[in-house]
Design a protein around this ligand. Sequence first.
Ligand code: TRP
Length: 343
Amino acid sequence: MEKKKENLSVQRQIVMSGIRPTGYLHLGSYFGALRNYVRMQEQYDCYFMVADWHSLTTHPDTKELKNNVLRVLAENIAAGIDPSKACLFLQSSIPEIAELYLLLNMLAYKGELEKTSTFKEKVRLQPENVNAGLLTYPVLQAADILVHRAKYVPVGKDQKQHLEMARNFAQRFNHRYGELFPEPEAFNFGEELVKVPSLDGAGKMSKSENQFATLYLSDTDEVIRKKVMKSKTDAGPTQKNSGKPQEVENIFMLMKLVSAEDTVRKFDEDYANCTIRYGDLKKQLAEDMVTFIAPIREKAEHFYHDHKFLGQVVEQGSEKARKSAKATLELVRQKMEFNYFSH
Ligand code: TRP
């Protein structure tokens, strides 16, 4: 009897990730991160958080914030995050994160914070606003993760250093005050993270660089077609079975993400035989992109306007997240012996 009960309440591993409410989601964020989240929600206890406090380090105007938060929620749900499976919540609804952030700040050193690559990058980008929040950004991120005692953090390469810092802060806490936090690690589901190449032949799709070379989940059919038709190619193969130059390889990579296998194979053969027509290749890719993106865009649009629904989602999510955060802070206070007057 006892045993059965135990089995039923087997704890699933905790996964936590944060999404900054700045910029629109694009194909790179979909295949690089979101698709991973969608798979994880089936097997893990997932906490996905909109990092609205973090966004103040670069976007202090809170008038913009509301729309950005609503949109990021709508887009993530449209792309497959299921609020009945994963906990979707706002950072600003969980005061325990701020409390833990304050405590972790005493375990973080000025030198290591100043050395962080993202900090140095931001100093370069916004020299007029080098605020302390920017410096302690990784401490807040560590608090986001540790407050749920999460083990796995699905993030891209650019977040590796932040995660390493979170592990350091966790270790320092455990060492000084007693074992409490698991050391969080970067995690992705199955295969290597997919890199989504940009349409201009160089680099990958990103929020900040060349907007015309990036496909957003909010792009209209017309915009998608235009961007794809303008993508870079070369003069075409002149020798049978020759390798593809990077820009052509990129088009094939994008095709592999959204087109049927037969379609990719056909164009691959045409390329090898030197009979390929780039116009046809792009037209096909454009149509398959539209088929892929349009339903997500339409769903996002729908959720974005359904304030009541989004409100319920974050209310429910925050309730669960808060419970988990409160339980951790209770233990933090015990470990740090803040309970001066009990027994
Ligand atoms: N820093 C992350 C980014 O720029 C966002 C983020 C905030 C985050 N808190 C987090 C990611 C906690 C993982 C875990 O994308």
